[in-house]
Write a protein that binds this ligand. Sequence first.
Ligand code: UT7
Length: 306
Amino acid sequence: MGVRFTGWGIGIPDRVVTNDELSLTLDTSDAWISERTGIRERRIGGTTRTLGATAGAAALEDAGLGPSDIDFILVATSTPDRMAPSTASMIQADIGATCPALDLNAACSSFMYGVRVAQGLIETGTKRVLLIGADRLTGWVDWSDRNTAVLFGDGGGACVMEYSEDVNDILSFSLGTDGTATEILSCHHGDTFTMDGREVFRRAVRAVVDSSLEALEGAGLSADDLSLIIPHQANIRIIQAVAERLGISMDKAVITLDRYGNTSSSSIPLAFDIARKEGRIKPGEYALLTGFGAGMTWASSIIRWS
Ligand code: UT7
């Protein structure tokens, strides 16, 4: 038995905010932001609930399913709209489902952790899981702090994962958490994000490379076997450093941060959906999905797209 991805969808705010627009209120410039991060613009708006519900409904439609066909809803987010109830509960109502619903938080790795949790649910008898990654990080940044304000955008991305008797899309996983790194990227209740950017950068490259190698080994593959790498979209220089260390050409990397910035839990499903719509993922090919986030957390998986 295995797990198949059968539908994908996204939910993105309409409002585009360019680097030039940020430069009007912050001591920064389009040149600095694009050279140091690769980000040119981001989308801002919505709530975690609305972005997630839009993405979730789109994924259901893409899978050819209705709300009553879903057996579990997981919402991967570190910016829930309320402490209680969970964003998953509210999205369950919005999309008209009646199944159990749960939030999970591993910061920017939340979606990948969600894939692992959904896989476990399916392996223990749940038939279909709607996994949504949604974050509204721009509601939690200090708009006078140029170190963080330029990096983030809002968005949602979702997938439907289903039990399959004969197909298995998920070949391997490598997950990790280092709780001693709590203070390098953090946000207290009611406060805004603080970050030691250089330290996050340094640790992110190491964690993503190591877990990608472990995931490749788990799948019995080498980097040459990959057709695509779908990395967390935090900084183009992190992605370049990872690709170089893994010996993967940047042509194989899906990049969306130029248009959407770092959308946290939605960055990997958003990139996956865009790559798929551009015809970059073909049946039978191998893709590496890999991300990192506050915690620190990291997660890599090899999938074979069926
Ligand atoms: O999902 C996880 C989220 N977080 C990350 O992935 C963050 C990882 N880290 C990074 O992406 C990078 O470290 C940053 C983009 C945050 C910063 O880039 P950097 O190349 O590491 O810059 P830096 O922090 O070493 O700062 C270099 C200079 C400093 O000025 P001085 O001290 O040299 O005069 C900063 O004050 O750049 C300055 N600076 C800026 N200048 C213009 C920092 N942010 C900006 C800005 N515009 N937005």
